[in-house]
Design a protein around this ligand. Structure first.
Ligand code: NAP
Length: 286
């Protein structure tokens, strides 16, 4: 039987006016110590946004507008250091095939979402495995916005030197590799201490990036990196998007310590959004 797409409920469509408002809110809260933001939405409603992203509107807003505000204001209006991570995974929990192919696990609506998160973040961060497998550009191309600074965690220097983040000059890149020279002129290196167990101390990394004027960080993968942020309690928000696809065997997404009993498992709070045929879980990490 030929496969049919699952029926999709109404998705927040691309909304240029709302997106520009979110970008203005992001620019406002980029100023250290910024107070509340007030402004008008396209339908004339007044929107009040407090530092940290709590919001209130002068009248009831349509559900797609509420969904966008809930999804993007925590990052856009973050008061100080804020880290959000995203992974797109299959129904059977893989973020790529066993060979590392991740193009594409989720659909176009979710890719648009990733580009919006990049545009609202000061820095987009990936692990060395993602640079080696995908050679991503990590720039903003599917919506209006400014490219964030690109950050690569590369403890052992295994990310290829010819990778686009090191060579294309499209945006600055920070190469996190303790005590080593940067591989290219457009690349700066950052020295971060090790935590217990030989991993980079991701809380120290957050502080180091905030000190460089990059407090809003989007961790775009892969699974090892997002799991390390979770394990070190260095994550404020986790977006897991599940696509109706079965990969069979592949690269795992989030990996956490095994729970002996269901009562010990981490049950996360948050909201659920439909993106095309994908389902995005917007979770508060434990
Ligand atoms: N579907 C999606 O959403 C998505 C998103 C991104 C990537 N991907 C796919 O995921 C795969 C790559 O993911 P992955 O999980 O294998 O690797 P990864 O998370 O991209 O990179 C892991 C590496 O990053 C470095 N690293 C991360 N956290 C660290 C820490 N706290 N301390 C020190 N080093 C740290 C380490 O490098 P060293 O081991 O060299 O020290 C680690 O091995 C690729 O196949 C890619 O296509 C999928």
């Amino acid at each position: 039987m030929p496969s049919q797409p699952l029926p999709a409920t109404a998705v927040p469509a691309a909304d240029d006016a709302l997106w520009d408002t979110l970008r203005r809110i992001g620019a406002h809260f980029a100023r250290p110590g910024a107070g509340p933001w007030q402004g008008l939405l396209a339908d004339g409603s007044r929107l009040d946004v407090a530092p940290g992203g709590r919001w209130q509107a002068s009248r009831r807003l349509p559900e797609p507008v509420v969904a966008w505000l809930e999804l993007y204001l925590p990052l856009a209006a973050a008061a100080g250091s804020f880290v959000i991570a995203h992974l797109g995974q299959s129904l059977d929990g893989c973020i790529a095939t066993a060979s590392g192919d991740a193009c594409f696990v989720t659909g176009p609506e979710n890719l648009d979402h990733l580009h919006r998160l990049r545009a609202l973040a000061d820095a987009v961060l990936v692990g060395a495995g993602t640079v080696a497998s995908d050679d991503p550009r990590l720039t903003v191309r599917r919506c209006r916005g400014t490219h964030p600074v690109r950050v690569v965690l590369d403890r052992h220097g295994r990310a290829p030197r010819q990778a686009r983040v090191f060579t294309d000059g499209a945006a600055p890149t920070l190469w996190v590799r303790p005590a080593a020279a940067a591989p290219a002129p457009c690349v700066d290196s950052l020295d971060v201490p090790m935590a217990v167990g030989g991993d980079l101390d991701l809380r120290a990394l957050r502080a180091a990036l905030a000190a460089r004027g990059l407090p809003r960080i989007f961790v775009e993968g892969g699974g090892v990196t997002v799991s390390a942020f979770l394990a070190q309690r260095a994550l404020d928000r986790l977006h897991l998007t599940v696509a109706p696809v079965l990969i069979g065997a592949g690269r795992p997404g989030v990996v956490v310590p095994p729970a002996p009993q269901m009562a010990d498992a981490w049950r996360l709070q948050g909201r659920v959004h439909r993106q095309g045929t994908d389902v995005l879980f917007d979770c508060l990490p434990p």
